[in-house]
Ligand binder design. Structure first.
Ligand code: SF4
Ligand code: SF4
Length: 1002
């Protein structure tokens, strides 16, 4: 009776399936079933294993439990070798958001925690915990049952799933707890139990549904309470009539049970036609809801969550009984087994042990596959454990799964495209994968391939298409992994560069602080020793004289004040120690005498410090007028100072330009410390203003001191050659400027383009500057000649200049002070090195010209000899200046103080600005690298998106053409396809516009 009912049901379902894609079943009100593109009908071979009942496999002697039986991070072991564990005990905890714990599946002792080969397509090893069973006992860890789970909070239920290590049993092992939180991000209206089990040979879900239908209904209720769908649909192929009946009976019983609250959601069994791969997630959603999951999207994107029967049963066991996931149903099937059936086996059981339960044929197993013949993978060994995702062990004979035929060339028949349930272009994907054009394969939505094997199944050329797709996907994953790695490395590098620059800046700032502190303390020491002399009456006069020549600076006064404060504190301490000793009454007389002596000495030191401070203050005050006088006398700055001031001004000018450039770069890129850079610019401008002011003052003083210089010439002080050289350079520069201006004017006049009057003005101004430069040079030459008593020409002038520059004694105290003062700062040293190199080149040129003239007998030999002598003298002078600057640079500041602040202050960077400068330089370099990398990536992206647009356009055109020729039966499906290709095209065009905008902005 039951059998005839089943038969009639199967017949009815199958006829409905073949009659039309959209049909109704079992009368009015049954849900509609839709269709999906493609699909195939391979032989089912399910009868091999679905006739025997589901049985529990015997407890294994040993289990091998991999720590990564799920998608996500592997679990972390919590046990040690030798530790005894009970069944269901936690032995490895989940790590991270996407992960699942592992529990002991038998009672026994941990004998190893080591890498073992795992059942994976890669054939690689992974860390496993090995447990050896202890006797015959199966002692469970304490479990907490929740028969009243409806009273529990959703969060507690989800935590329960997480703690029990429940993962999806039908796919890649996605943690169910994470899936149960889907409502936090998506609105879900449909929960689907994927009971289609479409792959040939596999019957694990079928037997689970037939054996435990009530558990499945309760499991669905638990999941529905977490995600709140409007309806629960059980999608099942029409080749499982027993399961359909069992589920419907369980639903009826649930509805009739008045002790339980009524079901919140509509719960229905929907029988779908047998067609491979109707059990694909996207295909089943399409069948049951007519919704299409978008490319690279998730079922939740269309409001659907899908679970597998094995998973739902594990959910029910975890929530109702607190039972962790330690076993699963496995189909043992294939022509090489004499007793194929389904077993409930503990995880970690050896495949060899399980196969023995099904009695392998004496002829042996030709091929062992984990999973089905379409989507499974071949195992090289049976010495592997079953894991949470092992649904079937297919032991095939040579006849049932023969060795694949030799691959033939593609004949472009298009059968693969017809069969593809994902509506892809398998032959195109094949070409791209074979040619390693992975970017194009991605553009043709390789990621949407579910590796169902339908295309390979129909291919007349026997091309193992899925193998090509798996290879391409693996390569793409590796490339993406590498890209992520290099991106992380780049971030680390940039971070390190920035950190090093910051540390360097901090070090530089500290170095400067130390240098300033050292200068201060050296000055304080020098002043303190000078003041020590003032304790004698005779030294007082000398101090006054010294003070007149060199007034005590404010920093010295401060040092004296600090010394007095220190002496005061020392006195107070000594007095306190003495008082404590006297009050305590425990100290000996000699100790108290010592302390009294300390107090006396401290008082003397304080008195000395006070008198030193007083003397320094008085000396400073009395020296002020003298210093003013000295300053006046010394305002006739020597030419060497003028040059140094000019150099300082030029350096300050360059610093301003650099700071402005850095600021502009930062403003343009939007990166960098803009306020700090603005401050740098302001400081640099301030320094430039000061340098210009100093130069102006020195120039005026120099001009007013000209008569004095003339009179000084009588005593041998000649006009410095360095000035003459500078003036010659200025005249040459002015001459060039005139020529340039004249050329520009001529070009404009010839072409008739440009602002002629402005150019004429430029020429006039340039000529005026040239005339002034010539006048200055003439005056200086005359002055030098007058100083020497006779005009000795450029050679003599240069020699005189050199002599003056190097003279530190005979030229008098003023010149002597100026010489060390000319020991310019590092910026000047660089300039002096450049000058020496230029002078060297000039010497070489002159030597060459003289040699040529001597050989050829042409040219004015005498003039060239004079030129060479001048160049050599200039070189010597440049070397002397450089040596002097290098020798004196470290003492320059102190020497300047000694010289009455005559030395022009070098353009020092503000505190921290050196560091910032160096950081800016580093950042600029790194920034350049970043920009280059960005530009490269952008160009690549632009190319990819352009190809994507073209591909999308082609696909859309093709879809439109197909729609225009479609008959009524296919019109709706093709209209949907056109709609989808249009959306893809729009999306691709939007992406291209975005990338184009970025390119334009760049
Ligand atoms: S089915 Fe095979 S032969 Fe035909 S187009 Fe596809 S890959 Fe080529
Ligand atoms: S394996 Fe991929 S390309 Fe081939 S039919 Fe299945 S989904 Fe389509």
């Amino acid at each position: 009776m039951v059998l005839s009912l089943l038969k009639s049901m199967v017949t009815s379902s199958r006829s409905a399936a073949t009659a039309e894609a959209e049909h109704t079943q079992k009368g009015q009100g049954a849900p509609r079933v839709f269709d999906f593109h493609g699909g195939i009908h391979p032989p089912e071979h399910k009868a091999l294993s679905n006739r025997a009942p589901l049985v529990a496999a015997p407890l294994p002697r040993e289990v091998v439990l991999p720590l990564s039986q799920h998608i996500g991070a592997p679990a972390q072991p919590l046990v040690e070798i030798g530790q005894r564990v009970k069944t269901g005990e936690l032995i490895a905890r989940a790590q991270g958001m996407i992960s699942a714990p592992v529990h002991a599946s038998i009672t026994g002792v941990v004998t190893a925690i080591e890498p073992r080969q795992i059942p994976h397509v890669s054939g690689l090893e992974d860390l496993c915990i090995v447990i050896e069973r202890e006797g015959e006992i199966d002692e469970w860890a304490r479990l907490e049952a929740w028969r009243d789970w409806r009273q529990q909070e959703a969060q507690d239920l989800i935590q329960r799933l997480q703690d029990a290590g429940v993962v999806g049993q039908g796919g890649a092992g996605f943690p169910s707890a994470v899936k149960a939180r889907v409502r936090e991000r998506h609105a879900i209206d449909t929960l689907i139990l994927n009971a289609a089990e479409c792959e040939p040979y596999i019957t694990a879900d079928d037997l689970t549904m037939r054996t435990h239908p009530e558990a499945l209904i309760e499991g669905l209720e638990i999941l529905a309470s977490l995600i709140g769908p409007e309806c629960i649909l059980i999608g099942i192929e029409d080749n499982k009539p027993e399961a359909v009946i069992a589920l419907e009976q369980a639903i009826r019983a649930r509805r009739a049970d008045k002790r339980l609250p009524p079901l919140d959601s509509r719960l229905e069994v929907v029988v779908v036609p047998t067609k491979y791969p109707s059990g694909g997630e996207k295909q089943l959603i399409k069948l049951l809801t007519d919704r299409e999951v978008p490319s690279r999207g998730l079922p939740a994107d269309v409001g659907v969550v899908v679970h597998n029967p094995g998973t739902v049963r594990a959910v029910q066991r975890a929530v109702c009984f607190g039972e962790p996931m330690i076993s699963r149903v496995v189909t043992l099937t294939g022509e090489a087994l004499q007793h194929p059936h389904n077993v409930e086996a503990r995880l970690g059981t050896s495949i060899a042990d399980l196969l023995r339960l099904a009695a392998p044929a004496p002829t042996g197993i030709a091929r062992l596959v984990m999973g089905g013949p379409m989507m499974g993978f071949t195992l090289e060994s049976d010495a592997l454990p079953i894991i949470k995702t092992t649904n079937c062990l297919l032991a095939s004979s040579p006849e049932s799964l023969p060795t694949p035929a030799v691959e033939q060339p593609c004949i472009r028949c298009g059968m693969c495209e017809q069969a593809c349930p994902a509506e892809l272009l398998p032959q195109q994907l094949y070409w791209f994968s074979k040619a390693r054009e992975f970017d194009k394969a991605e553009l043709y939505n390789l990621a949407d391939c579910i590796e169902c094997g339908a295309c390979s199944y129909v291919c007349p050329s026997q091309i193992p298409l899925v193998q090509y797709y798996r290879f391409a996907k693996g390569e793409i994953r590796s490339a993406q992994h590498e890209a992520r790695k290099s991106e992380r490395a780049r971030h680390r590098f940039e971070f390190k560069q920035a950190r090093m620059a910051r540390e360097e800046a901090e070090k530089e700032a500290k170095r400067q602080q130390r240098a300033q502190a050292a200068q201060k303390s050296a000055a304080a020491r020098a002043d303190a020793s000078a003041v020590a002399d003032t304790t004698s009456a005779s030294a007082a006069t000398a101090t006054t004289t010294a003070a007149a020549a060199q007034p005590a600076p404010a920093t010295d006064i401060k040092a004296f004040k600090t010394a007095r404060a220190a002496a005061n504190i020392a006195l107070k301490k000594a007095e306190k120690a003495l008082k404590a000793a006297q009050d305590g009454g425990e100290s000996s007389e000699s100790d108290i005498a010592k302390l009294e002596a300390n107090v006396t000495a401290a008082k003397a030191k304080l008195a000395s410090a006070e008198s030193a401070l007083k003397a320094a203050s008085e000396a400073s005050e009395s020296a002020a007028p003298a210093a003013a006088g000295a300053s006046t006398a010394s305002t006739a700055a020597p030419a060497a100072d003028l040059k140094a001031l000019k150099t300082a001004r030029a350096a300050a000018n360059i610093a301003v330009k650099k700071a402005e450039k850095a600021l502009k770069t930062a403003q343009d890129s939007g990166e960098g410390d803009i306020p700090a850079l603005e401050t740098s610019v302001a400081e640099a401008k301030a320094r430039l203003a000061k340098a210009e002011g100093d130069l102006k003052a020195a120039s005026e003083a120099s001009e007013s001191a000209a008569p004095a210089a003339a009179s000084a010439s009588a005593t041998g002080a000649a006009a410095p050659a360095a000035d003459l050289k500078a003036l010659k350079t200025a005249r040459a520069a002015a001459n060039i400027a005139v020529k340039k201006a004249e050329k520009a004017l001529k070009t404009a006049q010839d072409s008739g383009e440009g602002d002629i009057s402005a150019l004429e003005t430029s020429v006039t101004e340039a000529k005026a500057r040239l005339a002034k430069a010539e006048g200055d040079l003439k005056a200086a030459t005359d002055a030098a000649g007058a100083a020497q008593g006779t005009d000795k020409g450029p050679v003599a002038s240069a020699a005189a200049g050199s002599a003056q520059t190097t003279d530190t004694g005979a030229a008098g105290s003023s010149a002597g002070a100026a010489a060390p003062a000319a020991a310019a700062p590092s910026a000047d040293i660089k300039a002096l090195k450049t000058a020496r190199a230029a002078a060297n080149i000039a010497v070489k040129k002159a030597e060459k010209a003289l040699a040529r003239a001597s050989e050829s007998g042409e040219g004015d030999i005498e003039d060239l000899q004079t030129l060479l002598a001048t160049a050599q003298e200039n070189l010597r002078a440049a070397e002397v200046r450089l040596n002097s600057a290098q020798a004196g640079s470290t003492d320059a500041t102190l020497a300047a103080k000694g010289a009455g602040e005559l030395i022009p202050e070098a353009p020092k960077p503000a505190a921290g600005s050196v560091g910032r400068g160096s950081m800016a330089s580093n950042v600029t370099l790194s920034q350049a690298e970043i920009e280059a990398s960005r530009a490269e990536n952008l160009a690549k992206r632009h190319k990819q998106v352009s190809i994507a647009v073209k591909a999308a356009e082609a696909a859309h055109r093709k879809a439109e053409a197909a729609l225009s020729e479609a008959d009524d039966e296919n019109r709706q499906r093709l209209a949907t396809k056109v709609d989808r290709t249009r959306r893809n095209l729009e999306h691709a065009r939007e992406s291209l516009a975005e990338v184009q905008a970025l390119v334009d902005a760049q």
